[in-house]
Design a protein around this ligand. Structure first.
Ligand code: CMC
Length: 432
């Protein structure tokens, strides 16, 4: 049987390319030898149509609105209610943990939950109004100074240890950033609490006062973290892989991922959504006018929380969060008549029946409803993207490891089509 090939005809010459088929039927034309053999490259701005790796971590079918972690549909993470740490372990190792594996991983997290005291002092030197994402990225990078034993990772045990350290410490760092911004005393982690409860304790406890973590809030936070845990080759994951491909360490690579996530077209969209809903509510703008602005090409305004590079259908995470909003918000506080939730629902209703959004297949994404839940948990808006980062960290680590373990893996280095000056002479300063 002849091997399947794609054929490109150019300048009277026929060039053949191997075809790569993914396990879910994706078809990719392998052009990796095109430059080497024919001195030609492909042009794909924003890498919108380029697979940069083979991956076994997360599968998305954007047309059908499917998302799976290691083959498991995202909806099963809602019905089966695993702990975020189980989902993290699944992403990192490729399988759900047994009881023993889960216990040992949790123990590693507990052992790593404190920060070096000198690191805590670092928070003192930044202005209290400093953007939390800047501090988060700097702090992750800074972990490399305190854990030099993990700068080179060449065995799986060290990898699981540093993964647990990162996943545990990011939560302590995030809570300390928040406490510092409010002038509140730092609250140290409590080894007896589960992951989300421990985070809430560090965020909201007051020394010597009893603090009870609400089970509804803990569950909702667990759900939010799981829904954000990985999303294949998104901007931040691609950043982590690119930085890691130079053999940069895991701390530096994840710190770079945080910087990529910060942008308003990516993780920063959850802040924009909340500001947009607040703006509509406070400023007396109607949802109808907001939709008009989003469609106006002369207006820079976009309907934040809508649209996705991959999903051309409802983002399954948004569907889950929309349903969770009703359920969770009602149990956390009396939000049956939350004006921002009502505005969000009206915007969704208007957009889903508007030809601009229908023609472009623009649906709510994960950021559209997550902020409403976070706000109900008293998480301030400027911490929303930090929450996204805590959730996404296991995905970044898994992506970094996959890149790191590639046999014969090369540094990621895209090409360009040069459109500048052809060769020209240097002009001495007196002749310019
Ligand atoms: N509001 C209004 N118009 C939009 C929107 C939106 N939210 N999103 C896309 N469009 C229009 C866009 O103007 C373009 O129209 P035209 O074809 O007439 O030029 C068309 O839809 C295609 O958009 P694009 O910008 O080429 O799509 P993209 O794949 O490059 O960008 C996106 C994807 C998510 C950056 C974009 O949809 C967007 O800016 N959405 C708002 C920001 C947001 O919610 N981001 C969170 C994404 S999900 C979580 C995450 O990744 O962090």
């Amino acid at each position: 049987m002849s091997e399947e090939k794609a054929v490109l005809s150019i300048g009277g010459k026929k060039i053949e390319f191997p075809i790569l088929r993914g396990t879910e039927g994706d078809v990719a034309i392998d052009i990796s030898k095109l430059y080497e053999e024919h001195r030609m490259t492909t042009y794909d701005p924003s890498l919108a149509n380029t697979a940069v790796c083979k991956s076994t971590i997360t599968y998305i079918d954007g047309e059908k609105g499917i998302l799976r972690y290691r083959g498991i549909p995202i909806e099963q993470f809602v019905t089966e209610k695993p702990n975020f740490i189980e989902a993290a372990y699944l992403l990192l190792s490729g399988h759900l943990p047994t009881r023993e594996e889960g216990e040992s991983f949790r123990q590693r997290l507990t052992n790593n939950e404190l920060l070096h005291e000198n690191m805590r002092h670092n928070f003192r030197n930044v202005p209290t109004a400093a953007p939390p994402m800047a501090q988060l990225s700097a702090s992750l990078s800074n972990l490399a100074c305190f854990h030099r034993e993990f700068l080179v990772l060449d065995d799986d045990d060290a990898f699981m240890e540093v993964s647990a350290a990162l996943i545990s410490k990011i939560r302590t760092i995030a809570a300390f950033i928040y406490r510092r911004s409010r002038g509140l005393p730092y609250i140290y982690p409590n080894p007896n609490l589960r992951y989300c409860a421990n985070f809430l304790h560090m965020m909201f406890s007051i020394p010597y006062a009893h603090y009870e973590v609400s089970p509804e809030v803990e569950d909702a936070l667990n759900l939010i973290f799981i829904l954000h845990a990985d999303h294949e080759q998104n901007c931040s994951a691609a950043t982590v892989r690119t930085v890691g491909s130079s053999r940069a360490n895991l701390f530096a690579s994840c710190a770079a991922g945080i910087c990529a996530l910060w942008g308003s077209l990516h993780g920063g969209a959850n802040v924009e959504v909340m500001q947009m809903l607040d703006g509509i509510h406070q400023g007396g703008i109607s949802p109808e006018d907001c939709i008009k602005m989003a469609k106006d090409k002369n207006d820079k305004f976009r309907l934040f929380g809508f649209g996705h590079r991959i999903y051309k259908n409802y983002d399954p995470r948004a569907k889950i969060l929309r349903d969770a909003c009703d359920r969770v918000l009602a149990s956390i506080k009396d939000t049956t008549n939350d004006p921002l939730l009502n505005i969000a629902r009206r915007l969704e209703e208007l957009a889903l029946s508007d030809s601009y959004f229908i023609d472009r297949k623009l649906y709510p994404n994960v950021d559209f409803y997550s902020g409403l839940l976070l706000r109900a948990m008293n998480i301030p808006t400027n911490m929303f993207t930090v929450m996204f980062a805590i959730g996404r960290l296991p995905g970044w680590i898994a992506q970094w490891k996959e890149q790191h373990d590639l046999v014969g893996g090369r540094i990621i280095r895209p090409r360009q089509v040069y459109m500048g000056e052809t060769e020209t002479n240097f002009t001495p300063i007196e002749e310019r």
